[in-house]
Design a binder for this molecule. Sequence first.
Ligand code: PLP
Length: 394
Amino acid sequence: MTPSTWQDRYSASMMGTFAPPLAQIVRGSGCYAWDDTGREYLDFLAGIAVNSLGHAHPDLVDAVTRQMGTVAHVSNYFASEPQIALAEHLQRLTGAGSAGRVYFCNSGTEANEAAFKLARLNVAGGRRTRILALTDSFHGRTMGALALTGKAAMRAPFEPMPGGVEHIDATLEALEASIDDTVCALVLEPIKGEAGVIGLPDGFVTRARELCSRHGALLIIDEIQTGIGRTGAWFAFQHEGVTPDALTLAKGLGGGLPIGALVTFGAASALFQLGQHGSTFGGNPLVTAAANAVLATIERDDLVGNAARRGEQLREIIARLHSPLISEVRGQGLLLGIGLNRPVARALAAAALEAGLIVNAANDSTIRLAPPLIVGDAELEQFERRFGQALATL
Ligand code: PLP
C-alpha cells in the first residue's frame, strides 16, 4: 500500500536515524512556527540554537535572495566578497584579529573535524599524539568529532575511533593530572549543551589556558552551540577573559543556512599548509552572505545584549512559576537548562508542545531553552503562559 500521511511517507523514505518527528513545520515567522494543520508554536528551541534571527527574518531573506540571484557557488578555486568579508568580521568579533585565520565548512561536526586535524598538526617536539576532551561532551557525529565526544555509548557501535583521544572529567584535578608535553590539544565546550546545559567549574577555562600555554598544547573551544551571541557575549570564552588557540562555530552563524567555521588565533593560524584540508561547498557566497546578514543584524540590533537581558528575564519567569518540579536553572544568556527533580523532561517537553511551545529535553531531567536572539516581551509572556500550562499537566 502506498503511504499516505506525511508520517508514513517519512518513515517509508527517511533513514531511521531520528525519532519520529513531532510535527511537520510548514512556515515560520519571528519566534513562531506553524505546522501543516495550522497549529501555532512559540519556538524556544530555534532549530537547536540555529535560528538566531528567528524565522524568515527580512534581513536574512533579502541577503540570501540577493546573493542567490547574483552568484551562489564558485568553488574554492575562486574567492568571493561575502566570504572574505565574513572571515574579516570573524577576525574582529573573536578578537583573533589580523593574526587569526578562518576556515569555512558546512556544519559543526566538520568544524570540529578541521580542529581535530589542526591538533594533529601541533607536533612541537615531534612527540605529541594525545588529545584531551571532556567526559559527557558532544562534538558531532563524524568520526573525528565523535572520537572527541565524551559519550562512550555514542562511540561504541563505530569503534575503532581515530586514536589518541582521552576523556577527562571537567575538574581542575583531572586537568592537572592529565596535561603534559605529550598533549597536542585540549578540546572543550564552555557549556555542555547536549549533556544538559552544564557549565564548567569556576576557573576551569583560565587554568586550561595556563596549562595549555605551559605545555604547548592548543586550547580548542567548541562554541558551536554557545557562540554568536547566545550566552550574552559574542562568544562564551569572552566571559572568561581568555583567548583560545582555536574556536569552532556553526549553528547560529548561518541563521538556518548550513555553515561552520574554524577560527585560529596567533601561531595556530600557520599550522595548516596548502592542500591539507578543504571543502567543496565550504564558505560559498550564498552561505557567507547569509552569515554576514546574521552578524550585521545582531550588531545593529544589539541582540547580544538582548540575549543577556532576556536570559535574566527568563530566569525570573521560571522562578515566578513556583513549580515544585524545577530544582535549578543552569546556563547563560539564552542557552538555559531547566533542571527537574524527576526524570520527566520528555513528558514535559511533550506537554509544552501540546500547549504550543517548542522546547526540548536535553536529557531525562533537563528542559533546554534556546530561543531566537530576537525574543522580546510578548514572546516571554507567551512562554510564561504556555510553559506554566505544561507544568500544570504533570
Ligand atoms: N559541537 C557542539 C557543542 C554541538 O552542540 C553540536 C550540535 O549539537 C555539534 C558540535 C555538532 O554540530 P552539527 O550537528 O552541525 O554537526
